[in-house]
Write a protein that binds this ligand. Structure first.
Ligand code: ATP
Ligand code: MG
Length: 631
């Protein structure tokens, strides 16, 4: 079948389409209705059906391939490596589930998971799924205040954590931050379950904190049967990355999510049972939920959980893992590839990468230079995919298992089945024509796997996502984009990253693209800065491919003028940044997203805001330095 026909089926008859896809998972009780849209924009999938995420990820594979690898936990920080077979994973998950039950966790209760990338984090997620508890994983990089906000929103009865994580050879304490967060929060969890890795000395709070190893020893053989859940019960809450404003608790279901992941593993990621999948993300992000823990396991694949950086002990580490475990599908982010690009490619060539079939990248725009570089070095297709915490799986990509759709540089691909993607004119609400810029929107109902609502706030779900265009059931992604004549989309930045220069609305991304085309520029961030005359002006911060090329003020000035000339030529003088500053690095979140709002705040003399997920605080100091603000 052609992909176009496959896609059309999914849009014209979603019930029939998803009924077919639902066979990819095991159901305890069949559903009565595939799709209920009686209360738009809310959509219910597989109504009345009963299933379980843990059952589909673990138990059903214990029956057919108990000894195949399921979870491969690798830490280049502690130099440990352990392979859990499906049978072993099944046991560990039951032990964790038994501990949770012994601590009073019940179906529907929230369990907050604040953990480094260790196997126990996956056990905890799967254990929650098994007993019908709702997990809320909070990224380990978040500090006390952000954690406290999430504790107050999710109101967990239990927090699962560890003494510490490790990064770049140094212990990163978790427990003290958690203690502070619980102190700060109004809601107090009844218990804290601590995995003590012996990395950081800590004390347990009597009556509240319990030790995982001690409890595990008591539950080595306690069987914990699967709790069958109605398809629309809650599986988890995950807060969006927080690149912009206040984090939203994305709430997900059980059945729809399981089906969506199984389908994406088959059609988009082309994974087969018995193979190994390696996603380099973190369980704190949506990629970690969908494509480290649930997706690969639901597909019967072994999944790699990696604690460490891409360049320790050297930049060949990921490729040595690909060789050792015969990884067939790998998933990473452009930012990680840019990091690797700074290291000698010989480190990659040292390893046998013949098992690898494709590399998937997501999370931020994939620039052409990075994409071409890694494609040449690896010799496998590089597949961009565009999606959000809210959707749980790709909105745009190519579904290679259906048809060998070619990729196009600079485009994350075409609309994935189930998503009625439209480019909407933000003023009129009408659909844009080919190559006309508008907001990337999805006509409801959203396909299975997407968020059900904002946790505890249906109103916020409706008003945030569905009320941006008059009278339409349109979900806004808050990203700008265009669609070309052939159905390929191009993402042009976030709608909240728009700069308004003297009445002209410009996307920061477009200006960045233009500046990046200058051969000297490595990376660039453009922000809108308040200006008395024009309302806003664009200001650019760039890193150089060869920092030595512009060290003197004269050289910098000359380069700045060249960059401005490029923008003038490509976009017009109105888009020309008022200043182009050269810095050693740009501020990013640990998930690799540019912190434009913090740069903007600094430029406008405001506080840089919540910086708990920043990769390297020195980057902000550099910005302050060049714009002449006191550090
Ligand atoms: P918040 O919503 O809290 O501000 P966030 O949007 O950064 O945080 P995520 O859900 O992790 O949180 O990121 C989704 C966003 O990342 C998309 O809306 C888009 O802006 C960007 N993005 C993801 N994948 C791609 C891609 N392949 N190409 C371009 N942009 C992408
Ligand atoms: Mg977002």
């Amino acid at each position: 079948m052609s992909y176009a026909a496959f896609y059309q089926q999914s849009i014209q008859n979603p019930s029939a389409f998803w009924d077919e896809q639902a066979r990819l998972i095991d159901w305890h009780k069949p559903y009565q209705q595939v799709l209920d849209t009686s209360q738009p924009p809310f959509a219910k999938w597989f109504v009345g059906g009963e299933t379980n995420l843990c059952y589909n990820a673990v138990d059903r594979w214990v029956a057919t391939q108990p000894d195949k690898a399921a979870l491969i936990a690798i830490s280049t920080e502690t130099n440990t490596e352990k392979v859990y077979s499906f049978a072993e994973l099944h046991q560990e998950v039951q032990r964790m589930a038994a501990i949770m039950l012994s601590l009073g966790v019940q179906r529907g209760d929230r369990v907050l998971i604040y953990m480094p990338m260790i196997a126990e984090a996956a056990f905890a997620m799967l254990a929650c799924a098994r007993i019908g508890a709702v997990h809320s994983v909070v990224f380990g990089g978040f500090a006390s205040k952000s954690l406290a906000t999430r504790i107050d929103d999710a109101k967990p009865v239990l927090v699962v954590s560890a003494d510490a994580g490790m990064r770049g050879g140094k212990a990163v304490p978790y427990k003290p931050l958690l203690n502070d967060a619980i102190e700060l929060a109004e809601h107090k969890p009844a218990h804290v379950l601590i995995v003590n890795r012996g990395l950081d000395a800590m004390t347990l709070v009597a009556g509240r904190d319990v030790d995982y190893a001690a409890l595990r020893a008591q539950h080595m053989q306690t069987p914990v049967p699967v709790t069958w859940l109605e398809s629309n019960e809650m599986s988890y809450v995950l807060y969006t990355s927080g690149t912009t404003g206040k984090p939203k608790g994305v709430q997900r279901d059980v059945g729809g999510y399981a089906v969506a992941l199984a389908a994406s593993m088959k059609h988009i990621y082309c994974g087969n049972a018995g193979e190994t999948y390696f996603a380099t993300s973190d369980i704190g992000w949506v990629v970690g939920h969908s494509y480290i823990v649930y997706g690969p396991l639901i597909a019967g694949m072994a999944t790699i959980m990696y604690e460490g950086t891409p360049i320790r002990p050297d930049a060949g580490i990921w490729w040595s893992i690909v060789e050792k475990y015969k990884v067939t599908r790998m998933f990473s982010a452009p930012t990680a590839i840019r990091v690797l690009k700074k290291h000698p490619p010989e480190l990659m060539k040292k390893y046998d990468l013949s098992s690898l079939k494709a590399l998937y990248l997501a999370g931020e725009p994939l620039d052409e230079t990075t994409s071409s570089w890694i494609a040449t070095e690896l010799g496998v297709p590089i597949i961009d995919n565009y999606w959000q915490t809210e959707t749980g799986w790709p909105i745009l990509s190519v579904a290679r298992a259906i048809e060998n759709t070619p990729t196009r540089l600079g485009s994350p691909g075409v609309a994935m089945y189930g998503y009625n993607v439209q480019i909407i004119n933000e003023m009129t609400g009408a659909e844009c024509g080919p190559n006309e810029k508008g907001v990337v929107a999805i006509r409801g109902p959203l396909p299975p796997g997407c968020m059900q609502t904002v946790y505890g706030d249906d109103q916020r779900f409706v008003s945030t996502y569905w009320a941006n265009f008059a009278h339409e059931q349109l979900y806004s992604t808050f990203d700008w984009g265009i669609k070309d004549e052939d159905g390929y989309y191009f993402i042009l930045g976030r709608t909240d990253d728009v700069i308004n220069v003297a009445g002209h609305r410009l996307g920061t991304r477009e200006i960045e693209e233009s500046i990046s085309s200058h051969p000297q520029i490595s990376e660039v961030a453009v922000v809108g800065v308040e200006d008395k005359l024009k309302g806003q002006v664009a200001v650019a911060f760039a890193t150089l491919k060869h920092p030595d090329a512009a060290t003197t003020p004269e050289q910098k000035q000359a380069l700045e003028a060249e960059v401005m000339a490029v923008v003038d030529k490509q976009l017009g003088a109105v888009a020309r940044p008022s200043r182009v500053y050269f810095v050693g690095m740009l501020p990013k979140t640990r998930s690799g997203k540019l912190l434009r709002r913090s740069i903007q705040a600094i430029c406008e003399g405001r506080d840089a805001g919540d910086l708990t997920t920043i990769e390297d605080p020195h980057s902000l100091a550099q910005i302050k330095d060049v714009v002449g603000q006191k550090v």
